[in-house]
Design a protein around this ligand. Structure first.
Ligand code: 5GP
Ligand code: MG
Length: 180
């Protein structure tokens, strides 16, 4: 499909599934080489990362790798003005583990900054970030992103796990907001 309409917006094709999977393969090869003799725990951040995680894991060759899924839910704290985030679904210890966070998109870097700090506090031995997409010009937080699928401009994209108000996650290609 060249164009797709979700809710009130139209999006145009940016990268095909094959192009995205070529980029995933390059990440997978690097991770396989780096973690060959380790026992990494891949922590996938739902919902957006489900498709990247599946495509990445299919291509990774790390015999002693484990995969788990978490969700970072944020809600408005009625007592204060700030937004409170908490992490659900991590049902095992990460003390002494080599963690690879599997993320859909790094934008400002806020989510990854907070997650990396939390895993450090919780006693992880090492923490790396693998993200399918990054918007380098939007990065505001001091994080190191170790594995990147595709670098994007500061435009809103959907598909390959990413949604527009919950629509579009299942699209296998990546689409960008069509301003015309
Ligand atoms: P950050 O904390 O780095 O500012 O934001 C990361 C999160 O913002 C991503 O995990 C994703 O949920 C959301 N996000 C950032 N840019 C986009 C985009 O272009 N499309 C969609 N669907 N979500 C985005
Ligand atoms: Mg995300």
């Amino acid at each position: 499909m060249e164009k797709v309409t979700l809710h009130d917006k139209t999006f145009r094709l940016l990268y095909s599934h094959d192009e995205l999977c070529d980029a995933v393969k390059m990440c997978a090869d690097k991770i396989s080489a780096d973690y060959k003799d380790k026992e990494p725990l891949f922590i996938s951040v739902l919902n957006g990362s489900f498709m990247f995680t599946a495509e990445l894991m299919k291509r990774i060759d790390v015999p002693k790798g484990e995969v788990c899924f978490i969700k970072v839910s944020s809600y408005q704290d009625m007592e204060s003005t700030g937004t409170v985030s908490h992490l659900i679904g991590l049902n095992r210890t990460i003390v002494g583990r080599d963690i690879v966070i599997v993320e859909d998109m790094v934008d400002s870097g806020c989510s990854m900054y907070n997650l990396v700090n939390k895993f450090k506090e919780d006693g992880a031995r090492s923490i790396r970030i693998a993200t399918m997409f990054i918007k380098p010009n939007a990065l505001k937080f001091p994080i190191t992103v170790n594995y990147v699928g595709k670098e994007l401009e500061n435009d809103f994209v959907v598909g390959f796990g990413l949604d527009y108000n919950e629509y579009g996650r299942q699209l296998s290609d990546l689409y960008v907001l069509d301003e015309n």
